[in-house]
Design a protein around this ligand. Structure first.
Ligand code: SAM
Length: 286
């Protein structure tokens, strides 16, 4: 297809976020856009029809899912050429975020069509902002592989990352995924499981993998619903590395200073505890 340069008469493709549970989270602008668009491309037309009925929006729907995206991209381009506006929605949350639409958007943007986001809920941001885990840097993994071996291989790669790692999980696999986290990280991670966000049974469960698995055993309701899992991996500093560095510094200081001053100064240099260094210094003093 030749590059297209959008004109005033071309329509716009709107990427419209819809609620992830609580229907009051549909924004005014999202509703207006759905009302105004000539067509709505939906992941599951029956699902979206219910949402539209609830808001008394007339449904002019066609389906857009992983298996027909390529054809739909051509079809939507044709509608936009005809001056029609099209809204793209998924079953819940922000389209394209672990949902269909990527091929359509990248294709139409490459061709110069107008693509405009109507922002709103997404489970990942909703979960992260209330998790209490670091938010300055995070990595989104989407859904993990279905097989445990591949899942654990992916988890291993997270050891090289800093910041919070986030993935989506379903009720069917939540127990297995946490067990895999336990196998890979032992209890060297802090987890937050955000469940049923914006819904009646919204829950945030925080703890190490062993604690989460124990909660699942005690109360199987904790495994029900939709999950965002957030992983905060902060490897413990190797004590023996600390010891070695402390000994090296104390060795130098003790040639000039008594034990008390040497350990005070070593604490300032290394950031380690004064008492800890004092004990080492005492052992080292001939
Ligand atoms: N596009 C959506 C978004 O913006 O968040 C995500 C769609 S993805 C197919 C569905 C997954 O998102 C669920 O399996 C779950 O992991 C997560 N999710 C969606 N709604 C959720 C909710 N209310 N509470 C917790 N997780 C949710």
């Amino acid at each position: 297809m030749l590059p297209h340069s959008s004109t005033d008469v071309s329509g716009t493709l709107y990427i419209v976020a819809t609620p992830i549970g609580n229907l009051d989270d549909l924004s005014k602008r999202a509703k207006e856009t759905l009302e105004k668009a000539s067509y709505i491309a939906a992941e599951d037309t029956r699902h979206t029809k219910k949402l539209l009925n609830f808001f008394n929006v007339e449904a002019r729907l066609f389906s857009l899912h992983d298996h027909n995206e390529k054809d739909r991209a051509q079809y939507i381009a044709k509608l936009l050429d005809d001056g029609e506006d099209v809204a793209l929605v998924s079953d819940a949350g922000t389209p394209l975020i672990s949902d269909p639409g990527y091929h359509v958007v990248s294709h139409l943007r490459d061709l110069g069509y107008k693509v405009s986001p109507i922002p709103g809920p997404s489970a990942i941001i909703t979960a992260l902002c209330a998790s209490g885990l670091p938010t300055d840097k995070f990595f989104f993994q989407g859904f993990l592989p279905a097989k445990s071996k591949s899942r654990k291989d992916v988890m291993q790669t997270w050891k090289q990352q800093t910041g919070t790692t986030i993935f989506y999980e379903s009720t069917h696999r939540i127990n297995d995924s946490i067990a895999d986290l336990m196998a890979v990280f032992e209890d060297d991670v802090e987890l937050v499981l955000a469940r049923e966000l914006t819904k009646t049974f919204e829950t945030f469960l925080k703890g190490k993998p062993s604690y989460i698995l124990q909660r699942f055993e005690e109360d199987s309701n904790q495994m029900r619903g939709e999950f965002v899992v957030m992983v905060d991996y902060r490897p413990q500093e190797d004590e023996s590395d600390n010891d070695q560095e402390a000994r090296r510094i104390l060795e130098i200081l003790l040639t000039e200073l008594p034990v008390k001053q040497a350990s005070q100064l070593a604490a300032k240099i290394t950031g380690l505890k004064k008492n800890f260094l004092y004990q080492i210094a005492l052992d080292m003093k001939p």
